[in-house]
Design a protein around this ligand. Structure first.
Ligand SMILES: [Zn+2]
Length: 79
């Protein structure tokens, strides 16, 4: 999982606001985010350890350790 910080989420937050992807609640801490570019659905999951937030997405950016806008979309819904 990727640790979510103020720094590494900035770009993804901007992109998320721009694209406004659709988020569906699946279950506790797991969401399905509809891609803004195609029909793909990405599942994102979250965890909190020692007060720090962690997230994981199925897309390639996330596999490379980057925070994608899917994660932000899910995190916004994950309240
Ligand atoms: Zn993603």
């Amino acid at each position: 999982m990727i640790r979510l910080t103020t720094e590494n989420t900035q770009k993804a937050i901007a992109k998320c606001k721009q694209l406004k992807p659709t988020v569906k609640f699946i279950k506790e801490r797991i969401f399905a985010v509809q891609s803004a570019n195609n029909e793909r659905i990405y599942h994102v999951s979250f965890d909190v350890k020692n007060g720090e937030k962690f997230g994981k997405c199925e897309c390639r950016a996330s596999e490379r350790g980057l925070v994608c806008y899917h994660l932000i979309a899910g995190a916004t819904a994950n309240i």
